[in-house]
Design a binder for this molecule. Structure first.
Ligand code: ADP
Ligand code: ASP
Ligand code: MG
Length: 452
């Protein structure tokens, strides 16, 4: 399958190596996730790979995540100290994880004889809004990175963090945010490619930790990848995919533990996948199955069934900066004039959302609130769903044959999602993967990481 082309090629120029060989100089942004730099040996292995990329004649910018499960360990530590950490201090704590790996990687690269300099998010010009814990990038000013490259350095940037110009505070972008740092830098530097190095060989038809028979996908449209990421497939951070699509950054997801070609995320669904001979290939109907255990279900019971009540509930949730996912309003119980409204949101936002709802009790006038963290969400994604009838029928029949009860349903043009009991989620994923003939004969390799 041919490598997708892109219009972003400004950084490319001819260069003659000391050996006399002419090469096309590219600007590559490489992002290494926590499992790729989980210990000193991992840091050295990554350093070698980075140095090789530069030695091949490229300019290289590296974005690193915190080592191994450092971010989770820092979160655990904070929770042992307090159950109400100020958001500002939480960001000061969590941003330290990436500072450790960036400095160690720069040291390891210097030891190999190449020169590298590390930069925090704010030094690298990652400007965000001021919302701690889930800041959004609003500007990137990578002039220090550009200068470092011009001097022949490899620039190492701490992922997942930035700085707000309004508050002058350090911020973090939300879990998995280093992917977004990498793409934002790639866009600002007009890089030729953004390579996301992780602990599996690319994007699969399901999480290989849950479905060992999942198949590696060679190319996937950004539209489908957006749905997969939004449905909880943490192989890529959702905003990284949005950013890459908006700025036309070619994304290549691959393993830092192997030399295999990974998965290319191609800019849009309209772009036909073509072979080297230029023949358009039929897109598969289904691209994959995603699952998510990070959400909880809130049911606001006994809401007066009059206009404006749903608006009031969701305004309260929005003011608490919570992101709602699925929403279901039940039919009003006959004669009571009241209804129940259920929705899902990230577990980490549950406590704040509940507090905000209780504070607005008199304004909304509900009876009680139920809260359930023992849920899981399963999503089937495929651009071909638009034009292929029968996908829903197969989907719901497979779950019913397996005796899996469904709590909530939501759909988009190219996705069907259901909420099940958390304990049934893994089985549901395997059942659906199998029902759509996605299983391969061989087992996917998971090279590292704890899947945490
Ligand atoms: P990193 O530390 O490199 O950022 P992550 O743990 O964030 O790595 O993401 C990689 C993990 O994503 C894989 O180990 C795998 O368990 C999980 N994953 C979930 N869905 C998929 C999928 N569809 N394809 C590949 N990996 C997936
Ligand atoms: N270290 C952060 C996390 O664990 C960011 C990232 O890995 O992308 O979420
Ligand atoms: Mg990640």
């Amino acid at each position: 399958m041919s490598t997708p082309t892109t219009e972003v090629h400004n950084a490319t120029e001819q260069q003659v190596l000391p050996t006399g060989r002419a090469v096309t100089k590219q600007l590559i942004v490489q992002k290494f996730g926590g499992s790729s730099v989980s210990d000193a040996a991992g840091v050295k292995r990554v350093a070698k790979r980075v140095v090789d990329a530069q030695a091949a004649g490229n300019e290289v910018v590296v974005v690193v995540s915190a080592m191994g499960d450092t971010t989770d360990e820092l979160l655990d530590l904070a929770s042992q100290v307090t159950d109400s950490a100020p958001a500002r201090e939480m960001d000061m704590l969590l941003s330290a994880g990436e500072r450790i790996s960036m400095a160690l990687l720069a040291m390891a690269i210097n030891k190999l004889g190449a020169s590298a300099q590390s930069f925090t998010g704010s030094q690298a010009g990652m400007i965000t809004d001021g919302i701690h814990g889930k800041a959004r990038i609003i500007d990137v000013d990578p002039h220090r990175i550009r200068t470092a490259l011009d001097k022949g350095n490899i620039a190492i940037v701490a992922g997942f963090q930035g700085m707000s110009r309004t508050t002058n505070e350090i911020t973090t972008l939300g879990r998995g945010g280093s992917d977004t740092t990498a793409v934002a830098l790639a866009a600002a530097l007009e890089a030729d490619v953004c390579e996301i190095y992780t602990d599996v060989d690319g994007i699969y038809t399901a999480d290989p930790r849950v479905v060992p028979s999942a198949q590696k996908i060679d190319t996937i449209s950004s539209e489908e990848m957006l749905e997969l990421a939004a449905s909880g497939a943490k192989i890529l951070h959702l905003r990284c995919v949005e950013y890459a699509r908006r700025f036309g950054v070619p994304l290549h997801v691959r393993s830092s533990f192997s030399q295999h070609e990974g998965t290319w995320v191609i800019p849009s669904a309209e772009d036909k996948i073509t072979t080297q001979e230029g023949v358009a290939l039929e897109q598969p109907i289904i691209s994959g199955v995603a699952h998510d255990r990070s959400e909880a279900k809130v049911t606001v019971v006994g809401v007066p069934d009059i206009p404006g009540k749903a608006a009031a509930i969701f305004q309260v949730i929005a003011d608490a900066h919570s992101n709602i996912d699925m929403i279901v309003q039940n039919v009003s119980t006959h004669g009571t004039g009241r209804t129940d409204i259920s929705f899902t949101l990230p577990i980490v936002e549950g406590a704040d959302a509940l507090a905000a709802l209780h504070a607005a009790h008199d304004q909304i006038g509900f009876e009680t609130i139920e809260y359930n963290e023992q849920i899981g969400k399963l999503s089937l994604i495929g651009a071909g769903m638009r034009s292929h009838p029968g996908v829903s029928a197969t989907f719901f029949k497979a779950l019913s044959d397996a005796g899996i009860n469904i709590n909530m349903i939501s759909t988009s043009e190219i996705r069907i999602s259901v909420v099940t009991h958390a304990d049934l989620l893994d089985e549901a994923v395997r059942v659906i993967h199998n029902a759509f003939d996605l299983d391969s004969d061989s087992e996917a390799t998971v090279y590292g990481g704890t899947g945490r």
